[in-house]
Design a protein around this ligand. Structure first.
Ligand code: GCB
Length: 846
């Protein structure tokens, strides 16, 4: 197949696509929404030249290596090649619209370099008209580069800088008199609502019309305002004579009586049908969506349509399991659905502009957005860096101007994370750039408040930065990076200035969790779902008590890829309320209870549905916004509780061996009964009581207070030998969150018992397979820890030196078979250097 054939058969098939994604519909092209006079085709199929591979755009080359547990990911330059068809008629114009290429893209058409775009999060459009062959397909090569570049924000950050043509690419053909298609990647129609009230609104539309003919034209521009049902509300038009080869700005407005205002509870969208006509012939046409609404900051609160609104929400990075950042429009929209289902009214697009598909969905869902440019952690004083940041502001604002959901524009995140606050010149540079970006935002869009996010440090106020934006965000990690969790209310009271000039909000707060990890004793940084739940319960209670906060933004809706993270899943920042593949963690439902208008009752045991029987009561947590909730276990009521401020009720109950049926029930004020059902399996780990081992095997997370629940096994938290009939003798428990190689079950190797004498197992008579797991997370050099492990009378390993055998931070396990008669089984440890250790132990009957 030649390139020409490929282009024709795949690229230009409007509903092409081989990844099961939704087809590239012309209406999804940001440069041609709703247009009947533009010809729009998605360019989906490309050849990755150096890899000699055919790929489908959206495409990234880092979808796998960003999260494969190895250090780093491929930062390189790759060339994508395709061909495009000539314009259908000689006088038509041809544009290539790139929704996003990270981070620098150079476009060559027919071998000639025609454009370079720096910055991976905003769209750009190339006028291809003068570069394409008139009678045959023209080759197009796009060189995309995601290597570090000190002139292109972001310079750093806790996220992956995926390389690739990771958002759709479009071929757009227009007439020779058309709406400007090259204004910073925008569609060229800008709708404002300078006067908003429920009686009357003023709508103003600015449009640049370009005359690419060699003769002057009289162009008539008309706009029809349509309501949500498609009825024409009003029509306005104006005619301008435009000289040959020139363009003209049409700035026209109209009044809308009794407008429906856009707001989260009723996200009413109007549309605007724009037509350019020459001598009565419609030559270009676009459909824009807009809303009639007004965001402002008054008396320290954010207002929507004149009323203060408490912003409650979360943040989102644009990547997910399997796709990296090359998401389909449907995947973007599904994320909005997941967030909106919690009842959130706010979403911070941290730390960069995101896909129009997400914004479209937010417009419809009534989610208010804070969108920001990726100036993160630090800046440089290079002119190119400053110019790139400023251009990103123009691109972001112009491309997303009409979206009613955008309430706030952000321009910086946590600049004093990497800027030395004692370096006066550096501080001056940050302040100057912050002031410049803020001012540019106000010039580009006077109608929306500006925002900046800071971390918990005096440096921002001392540098005079805090005065700059309308909305000051504080990224507060009380109970995680600093302070104790129960200090959250006090910290807010001391830290926040809720004075009238600015709105102050908690622009981030969060705690990491792994849905597989559970505990009876949650502590910060143990990555259990139970600590994450308690963290959010306390934050929610503190926020509810402080209505003066302009908003609160949980970090993050979804686990996201972050190369600096080790935690319990390497390369993933685990502060999501959902996992990287979008499975809910328990606190996702806590947010539903807090924010959703629907009555909520949720038994939070879904990810901890297998528990170890060991003679203790088990916490069963229910999230609910109902006044009272009754929990029934196996048909017997264990009592009623009032979930109260933290929307959480927890019962400590005895479960029965095997399957337990849980039913939680409450009533709404109008008497409707709301019920949730779940089941929990109690696995008999009490070997002494049962004189047996669990059918699944006796699997112990030896040095850990965490249960590790996988699809096929419950690894119970460990502990010293006691009357359950198993446990370590001697030694202390230790832990580390360093990166571990050689296993997917990382949480089993992060904790260990150090210096143990033996492990005792009171097993019933029989034959067993015994497996012991080890990992060295303290020493880097051989010879520092050398020990023998003896099982019964046989030496399992002698002079075992983990570093020498497998290297540091590497999991390894050994297994053996043993026969047990009347006596307990002892696994003995003796060191000739350092101390022995043990991470995991598992016994299966054979
Ligand atoms: C922050 C950053 C964000 C990080 C987050 C974290 O303050 O703004 O980019 O991902 O903390 O999880 O540490």
């Amino acid at each position: 197949m030649t390139d020409r054939d490929r282009d024709h058969t795949a690229n230009e098939t409007p509903d092409g696509g081989d990844r099961g994604l939704e087809p590239g519909r012309p209406k999804d092209c940001p440069l041609a929404p709703g247009s009947s006079s533009r010809q729009v085709k998605p360019l989906r199929t490309w050849t990755l030249v150096d890899d000699d591979a055919t790929v489908t755009v959206p495409h990234t080359w880092n979808d796998a290596d960003a999260v494969d547990g190895t250090t780093g990911y491929e930062k390189t330059t790759k060339r994508y090649r395709t061909t495009i068809q000539p314009p259908s008629e000689d006088d038509r114009r041809l544009f290539l619209h790139f929704e996003g290429a990270n981070r620098t893209a150079t476009v060559e058409i027919d071998g000639e370099s025609v454009a370079t775009h720096e910055g991976g999060y905003t769209a750009f459009t190339v006028d291809a008209t003068d570069h394409v062959r008139s009678d045959e397909p023209t080759p197009v090569t796009v060189t995309v580069d995601n290597t570090d570049d000190a002139d292109v924000p972001p310079l750093g950050g806790d996220f992956t800088f995926y390389g690739g043509l990771y958002r759709p690419v479009w071929r757009v053909e227009t007439a020779d008199v058309h709406i400007d298609a090259t204004d910073h990647g925008s569609a060229g129609v800008f709708v404002d609502t300078p006067v908003v009230s429920s009686d009357r609104a003023r709508v103003r539309v600015r449009t640049t019309v370009v005359n690419d003919r060699s003769v002057p034209v009289d162009a008539e521009l008309s706009h029809r305002v349509l309501d949500a049902a498609g009825n024409v509300v009003t029509t306005i038009s104006e005619s301008h004579a435009i000289p040959a080869g020139e363009s003209d700005v049409f700035d026209i407005g109209c009044l809308v009586d009794d407008p429906m205002l856009w707001q989260p509870d009723e996200p009413y969208c109007y549309s605007l049908d724009t037509t350019v006509a020459v001598e009565g012939d419609a030559v270009d046409r676009l459909r824009s969506t807009f809303g009639i609404r007004e965001f402002a900051v008054e008396d320290g609160r954010i207002t929507l349509n004149g009323e203060p609104i408490a912003l409650r929400g979360t943040s989102r990075h644009q990547n997910m399991a399997g796709a990296g950042n090359a998401l389909s429009n449907a995947q973007h929209a599904a994320d909005v659905d997941r967030i909106a289902a919690t009842g959130a009214n706010f979403l911070r697009l941290a730390h960069y502009p995101q896909s129009h598909a997400l914004l479209d969905a937010a417009d419809e869902a009534g989610l208010i957005l804070w969108e920001e440019i990726p100036v993160v952690n630090e800046v440089t004083d290079s002119t190119a860096f400053v110019e790139n940041s400023r251009r990103m502001i123009r691109e972001m604002v112009r491309q997303h101007y009409n979206h009613p959901s955008i309430g706030i524009w952000g321009f910086m995140n946590e600049l004093f994370i990497h800027t030395d606050a004692d370096d006066e010149a550096a501080v001056d540079t940050v302040r100057e750039q912050a002031a410049g970006l803020d001012e540019l935002l106000r010039t580009e869009d006077p109608s929306r408040p500006t925002a900046m996010a800071c971390h918990y440090d005096e440096a921002y106020a001392e540098a005079g930065l805090t005065e700059i934006p309308d909305v000051l965000g504080w990224n507060m990690y009380v109970g995680w990076y600093y302070e104790e969790l129960d200090a959250v209310g006090d910290v807010i009271d001391e830290w926040f200035d809720t004075g009238p000039e600015q709105a102050e909000m908690v622009s981030e707060y969060g705690a990491g969790a792994d849905a597989r990890l559970h505990t009876h004793e949650p502590t910060a940084w143990d990555f259990t779902e139970e600590f994450q739940s308690e963290f959010h319960r306390q934050h929610i209670a503190a926020f509810d008590d402080r209505p003066e906060l302009a908003g609160t933004v949980q970090w993050n809706a979804f686990d996201f890829s972050a190369p600096i993270r080790d935690d319990t899943i390497p390369d993933i920042n685990q502060k999501g309320l959902m996992t990287y593949d979008r499975q809910p963690k328990a606190p996702y439902h806590l947010y539903r209870a807090w924010l959703s208008d629907d009555p909520t009752i949720h038994i939070a045991t879904r990810n901890w549905d297998r528990r170890a029987e060991r003679g203790v009561a088990h916490p069963i947590t229910v999230y609910s916004d109902l006044e009272s909730v009754e929990l029934t276990v196996n048909g017997r009521s264990v009592g009623k509780q009032a979930p109260g401020d933290g929307y959480t009720a927890t019962w400590e109950i005895s479960l029965s061996s095997g399957e337990n049926t849980l039913v939680a029930e409450g009533h709404t004020p109008d008497g409707t009964t709301v019920t949730d059902r779940a089941s929990v399996q109690l696995i008999p780990f009490d070997v002494a009581a049962t004189d047996d081992i669990p059918e699944q095997g006796l699997s112990i997370n030896v040095g850990s207070h965490r249960d590790f629940v996988t699809d096929d096994r419950l690894w119970a938290s460990g502990g010293p030998y006691d009357d359950r009939g198993w446990g370590h003798v001697g030694g202390t428990t230790e832990s580390s969150l360093d990166r571990i190689n050689g296993t997917d079950a990382i949480p089993l190797y992060q904790h260990w018992v150090d210096g143990l004498d033996r492990y005792r197992l009171d097993l019933p008579e029989g034959s067993y397979r015994l497996e012991l797991g080890f990992c060295e997370l303290v020493h880097d050099d051989p010879g520092q820890r050398v020990f023998d492990v003896t099982v019964g009378d046989s030496v399992l390993v002698a002079d075992f030196d983990l570093v020498d055998a497998v290297g540091p931070s590497t999991a390894v396990s050994f297994d053996t078979t043993v026969t047990v008669d009347d006596d307990p089984l002892f696994v003995d440890f003796a060191a000739s250097a350092g101390t022995p250790l043990l991470n995991t132990l598992s016994v299966d009957s054979i």
